[in-house]
Design a protein around this ligand. Structure first.
Ligand SMILES: [Zn+2]
Length: 368
């Protein structure tokens, strides 16, 4: 192949291989990032690029719970907050030994965050208040975060919604400042801090609610929601732009604020600690089926109310759905019993598990 044009390598001819590379749809990434000089050389790395340091062994650092500090050789002492002391003491009391340490500098503030990994922690198994075989169904939604089949409606306060006015105000102030200036940086930190507070508050709510559900019931049945698919963008492509993009964006924002995945994550974590079973049942028609007679029709549901068109049964729509989910959970239990109670899948050790891996067991094949 004769090459007429000048290639990125500087050769104007007889560089067939390189020209083939440069005319391919994806050029080498270094060529794209740095069109001048040859690719592959080390580049400058700012010290801000690194914000984490890890110790994979319990050497050269130690947790001192009496004084409430983490001692790190060559670094100094990091003071622990009251809640961190409490959490570490709880794990240490359950005969856990600290093995790994990760220290991260927070982006939002000038503070540090230390994460201590424990091994051999004895599970704190408790007896559910309602009995080991008591099944509860939970239906997630936007207005009611979780409706339980026993009639409880758990609604998370709009933490991020409350913070949004303050964030908008700070963003307006930031827009008048020079980019990169001291005030601009301080405002950026403040915005990140407000977001972090809202996130921590909703996480805390989810953890406490999950703890309450797990404390009461032996078996928890959840909808098998595909949250990633539900929150897909509607914007489409340049050739085929989507419709109602703004409405879908608003819905996605609401879904993200409702933190359905977070509640589900904490239910799975707490259930595993306490020795409970969590089933993910198919979500199809759970909000349209009558829990009393089984009649399924889209007209049964009139937003917050459920009124069966066949038997006349009425209830809160979310509680009706939760009752249907609980029934499916019962079916899972029966199928699991009939299969000789096989071991529940336990994907990965806690230390190496990411949030996405922490999913409830999928429903076994259900008899219709
Ligand atoms: Zn009915």
């Amino acid at each position: 192949m004769a090459c007429a044009t000048t290639c990125w390598c500087g050769e104007s001819s007889r560089c067939e291989v390189l020209c083939a590379v440069s005319t391919s749809p994806t050029p080498p990434f270094t060529a794209a990032a740095r069109p001048e000089g040859p690719p592959g050389h080390p580049r400058f790395k700012s010290r801000r690029r690194f914000d984490t340091v890890c110790w994979d062994e319990a050497t050269s650092w130690a947790v001192d719970l009496n004084q409430g500090i983490v001692r790190i050789q060559g670094v100094g002492n990091l003071a622990l907050s009251k809640s961190a002391r409490r959490q570490l003491a709880r794990l240490a009391n359950r005969s856990g030994t600290a093995v790994t340490l990760t220290v991260t500098q927070r982006r939002s503030a000038k503070s540090w965050r230390a994460c201590v990994g424990f091994k051999a922690v004895v599970a704190a198994k408790t007896n559910p208040v309602e009995g080991h075989d008591a099944v509860v169904g939970a239906d997630g939604g936007l207005t009611v975060t979780a409706a339980l089949s026993d009639g409880q409606l758990l609604t998370m306060p709009a933490f991020l919604g409350e913070a949004r006015d303050l964030i908008a105000d700070l963003q307006r102030q930031r827009a008048t400042k020079k980019k990169g200036s001291v005030t601009w940086t301080a405002l950026n930190r403040r915005i990140a801090e407000v977001y972090r507070q809202a996130r921590c508050r909703s996480d805390n709510w989810a953890r406490r609610s999950a703890g309450d559900i797990v404390a009461a019931y032996g078996v928890i049945s959840l909808e098998d929601l595909k949250l990633t698919n539900m929150m897909a963008s509607a914007s489409g492509t340049v050739e085929h732009p989507g419709t109602n993009v703004a409405a879908k964006q608003a819905l996605n924002r609401k879904l993200a604020e409702a933190a359905l995945g977070r509640l589900r994550h904490w239910i799975c974590v707490k259930a595993e600690e306490a020795g409970r079973r969590v089933w993910a049942v198919p979500a199809k028609n759970t909000s349209r089926r009558c829990a009393a007679c089984g009649h399924t029709a889209p007209t049964n549901r009139d937003r917050p109310r459920f009124a069966c068109g066949d038997c006349g049964h009425t209830n809160h729509a979310d509680i009706n759905a939760a009752e249907n989910i609980a029934v499916l959970g019962h079916h899972c239990e029966t199928a699991w019993d009939q299969a000789g109670r096989p071991a529940m899948p336990r994907p990965k050790p806690r230390l190496r598990r990411r949030k996405a891996d922490n999913q409830p067991a999928l429903a076994p094949t259900l008899a219709a």
